[in-house]
Design a protein around this ligand. Structure first.
Ligand code: BG6
Length: 278
């Protein structure tokens, strides 16, 4: 079942329920902010104090960072691009299978986007809600010039406690430490006892997030960079829409095209990044 909903302030989202799973997706940002399998715990983390207001990105779920990841050279432009705070169009859905619902959302250039980024484009998010969460983000260059794209499906995962969280699958991978801007090599699994903000490169294998009582798998395609992030104590205090202990219950594993993994799209060409979470 797919139901359009609206908060008292007019903020619109879509609620999806089938026999295998449920989800909620805001039209602003095509932002998935709730996903769980039937009879299981939430997979995505959502801040208890997140804003659901036009113009502000939801803190949690899966923000879409596009058409740039991180800061733009022009510091007046928003970090992580404009897609997460733009209104997308809900194009269509398919509920023919009782265990799976598919939805398509679209964002295209307009006067607002052209002020921030001069290219004409079409961006589509294809989401499938089943016992897996599947996200495919397809960029098409509708301009007569090539453009450079960096992007991320910036997934916030819920963990029972950060001290129990362990990430497998990145051993021996090179990474850029965004806290020191040094290039490093990962040794072993990733655990958390301080702020972590890293862009792993050459990522090809499945990533596993191990928590106290469960494992979540992330399979990416079209992306060879993975961002791993937990803001820890001090950064959490500086951030918007975060309770002071929020860092204890979340971490991000972001399926990205960032830094050296940026993509150049020629006119009329398309590029798709895909993440499957199960
Ligand atoms: C991550 C970055 O991708 O996003 C972090 O690596 C950043 O440095 C985080 O703090 C959250 O960004 P924002 O813009 O949603 O507060």
């Amino acid at each position: 079942m797919i139901v359009h909903k609206k908060l008292a302030n007019g903020f619109e989202y879509i609620e999806i329920k089938n026999s295998a799973a449920e989800a909620k997706i805001a039209l602003q940002g095509a932002h998935i902010f709730h996903y769980k399998r039937a009879d299981e715990e939430q997979i995505l983390w959502l801040s208890e104090v997140s804003d659901f207001e036009y113009g502000k990105a939801i803190r949690g779920g899966v923000p879409i960072c596009w058409p740039w990841f991180g800061f733009n050279e022009n510091k007046n432009l928003p970090q992580h691009g404009f897609a997460r705070v733009s209104m997308w169009e809900f194009i269509k859905s398919d509920e023919s299978d009782e265990k799976s619902s598919s939805l398509i959302f679209r964002l295209t250039h307009g006067s607002q986007t052209l002020k921030m980024w001069r290219y004409k484009f079409e961006l589509e998010l294809h989401v499938t809600i089943s016992d897996k969460l599947t996200m495919e983000l397809k960029t098409t260059n509708l301009d007569c010039e090539s453009f450079v794209l960096t992007q991320a499906l910036h997934t916030y995962f819920k963990v029972s406690h950060i001290s129990h969280a362990l990430i497998k699958g990145l051993d021996k991978k090179p990474y850029l430490d965004a806290l020191t801007w040094k290039n490093e090599i990962q040794e072993g699994d990733i655990t958390f006892n301080q702020e972590v903000d890293r862009v792993y490169q050459e990522v090809t294998d499945e990533i596993i997030l191990r928590d106290e009582n469960r494992e979540i798998h992330i399979k990416n395609s079209g992306s060879s960079s993975t961002v791993v992030w937990n803001p820890w104590i001090e950064k959490t205090l500086r951030m918007s829409a975060m309770n002071e202990n929020a860092y204890e219950h979340m971490l991000c594993i972001e399926s990205a095209n960032a830094f050296d993994d940026r993509k150049v799209l020629k006119p009329q060409s398309s590029y798709t990044i895909k993440a499957v979470i199960f």
